[in-house]
Design a protein around this ligand. Structure first.
Ligand code: ACM
Length: 576
């Protein structure tokens, strides 16, 4: 059936003929399933041409209420049982709390029998994953936006039963929309792509040295100035090439509200990241007083046009805290707690040279009684930890935030390998594993010279398939429960548009999805050949969706970037 990610259990009736839908199936949606019903009507309806009118069936499994209307049975026109015509077929949706006890909150069951497809979710989220599985079972054409063969297309499903539930509750992708902006429709598309792989967290890296991407009404220059740069380096840092096209863009409040609501309908949580106190040159270019004005002429700074880590970091002053509290107030308004309980504050890669040179920063260190510049960084992050906690949110930050000690509710994104995540979990913090050596999708996916702008380690789809979120040091310990899950991160310095992002992300995100959803054996024992065989079918779904994935044989001519320098790292990654 080429299901990706692989389900927990599946019992297909291999000898039985497939179940064939009539030309106008009905959708029997029990209370609480309206969201998935809406999604099915929109997505499957577009691909199949089905209207999926409501329809109930009395007496088939107890407690059903016949809607008594069109498409229902009990004598209604269009239902074969009473009227003598062919059965139109039925997709039935319901919630089943008993599944939650057995399979957890996102579990679901899907059965295909002589009456059609019955989908039961432990929760609305579980039911939605069931609907995603249904779409996969219907075949690649179910991913198109219009019927391709008119009324001649017959839609069928294999008969059988499957039960499924994810291994982890946090199954994410980070999109770096700061280095290269991804317009809103691209983000909505990625939410659909995540959902199609049963991934449920979109981490949006909204601010960096090279651009500020979220409208903040009380500080309008953040986007008037901070969302644009005059040019971009083409290729990695060593590349002598420049793209002189001005680059930029940002999401308005309504864009963000739309993204968050669209994600919520698909059971995807959005984690906004506002990076402090480093990676802040775009903000400083907009408001020079945010920088270390006693050591640099911040009024002369622009949004950075180069890659790397800017030395221009926030000044450690009270006014800067107040400014960012204002930013976070708007962020909390736009990302409601039920969809975005976590707020990411970055905290990574903050160069300390300006604080060392700044008399004001040094005075601040003495005044606060903190341990040098590192203590100052920790003070900065702790401030927002308390500030967010007081507002019912949880701070998450890159593993550097561990260095100064963290408040109990804060969580860590472990990116510099597993070590930060292990230390955080042992210290009682929740952890999201995203080690750069394993799941940074900006890293090249094959060793050949034809990879576009190759950077980092070679991380093949097979490497990603063998990624294990719980490292041996935690496996079997109580601290393993602190690993909420994992996310793949795609940084976009050399991925300048949607097509380049697709190329870096796919097919590896499909392998990642299976590594975080399915109950796979230990990395060395995983059946990669089996995954690859299913992947052949899955690529047809990606094609129907218009994803510019990397073909197994290497990049197509227009996917290459001849002559644009990357920065490949030779040899296997450490702790691979
Ligand atoms: C990171 O890659 N600097 C989180």
């Amino acid at each position: 059936m080429d299901l990706i990610p692989a389900p927990l259990t599946a019992d297909w009736h291999e000898d039985a003929p497939p179940y064939v839908f009539g030309p106008a199936p009905v959708l029997d949606a029990a209370p609480g399933t309206e969201g998935t019903a809406r999604w099915l009507r929109r997505e499957l309806g577009a691909a199949t041409g089905w209207d999926l009118p409501p329809g109930g069936r009395r007496g088939t499994s107890g407690g059903d209420v016949d809607d008594g209307g069109d498409g229902g049975d009990g004598g209604g026109a269009g239902d074969g049982d009473a009227g003598g015509g062919p059965d139109p077929g039925r997709i039935r949706l319901r919630l089943d709390g008993a599944l939650a006890r057995r399979l957890g909150p996102e579990g679901y069951a899907l059965t295909v029998d002589g009456r059609g497809a019955q989908l039961a979710g432990a929760s609305p989220a579980g039911l939605f994953w069931a609907a995603q599985t249904l779409r996969q079972l219907l075949g690649p054409d179910a991913y198109r936006r219009a019927p391709t063969r008119g009324g001649e297309r017959v839609w069928s499903l294999p008969r059988g039963t499957l039960e499924d539930a994810p291994r982890f509750g946090w199954r994410g992708l980070l999109l770096d929309v700061a280095r290269h902006f991804m317009p809103k429709d691209g983000v909505l598309r990625y939410i659909d792509l995540l959902a199609a792989h049963k991934l449920n967290v979109l981490h949006l890296h909204l601010t960096d040295d090279q651009g500020w991407r979220i409208e903040i009404r009380r500080h309008p220059r953040l986007t008037e100035v901070g969302a644009w740069r005059p040019r971009s380096r083409r290729g990695h840092r060593a590349s002598p090439l420049w793209d002189e096209t001005p680059h930029g863009g940002f999401y308005t409040h309504d864009d963000i509200r739309e993204i968050v609501a669209y994600a919520a309908e698909r059971h995807v949580r959005v984690v906004p990241e506002i990076d402090v106190p480093g990676h802040s040159q775009a903000a400083i270019a907009a408001y020079p007083e945010l920088g270390n004005t006693d050591v640099v002429d911040t009024a002369a700074l622009g949004v950075w046009d180069d890659w790397g880590i800017s030395e221009n970091v926030l000044a450690p002053g009270e006014d800067v805290l107040r400014f960012y509290e204002g930013v976070f107030e708007e962020v909390l308004e736009l990302f409601p707690a039920d969809v975005s309980p976590f707020v990411h504050v970055g905290g990574d890669e903050c160069p300390k040279a300006q604080w060392r040179a700044s008399p004001a920063a040094q005075a601040r260190i003495r005044e606060l009684g903190v341990d040098g510049e590192e203590g100052l960084q920790s003070w900065f992050v702790r401030h927002f930890d308390g500030w967010l906690a007081a507002r019912g949110r949880r701070l998450i930050g890159w593993d550097e935030i561990l260095e100064g000690g963290l408040a109990p509710g804060a969580a860590v994104s472990s990116w510099r390998g597993y070590a930060g995540g292990i230390a955080a979990a042992v210290a009682g913090h929740d952890v999201v594993m995203c080690p750069e050596q394993q799941v940074y999708l900006d890293h090249r996916q094959a060793p050949g010279p034809e990879e576009p702008v190759p950077i980092g380690y070679v991380r093949t789809p097979e490497d990603v398939y063998r990624f294990e979120p719980v490292p041996p040091a935690l496996s079997g310990t109580a601290a393993a429960a602190r690993v909420l899950g994992a996310q793949a991160n795609v940084w976009t310095e050399v991925a300048e548009n949607r097509s380049r992002v697709d190329y870096q992300v796919f097919p590896r995100l499909a392998a990642f999805a299976e590594a975080v959803w399915s109950r796979l054996p230990a990395p060395a024992e995983r059946d990669y050949a089996g995954f690859e065989a299913r992947m052949a079918g899955h690529r047809r779904r990606l094609d129907a969706l218009g994803v510019d994935h990397r073909p197994p044989g290497g990049p197509l001519p227009w996917q290459r970037r001849p002559g644009v320098l990357g920065r490949p790292i030779e040899g296997p990654p450490p702790n691979a």
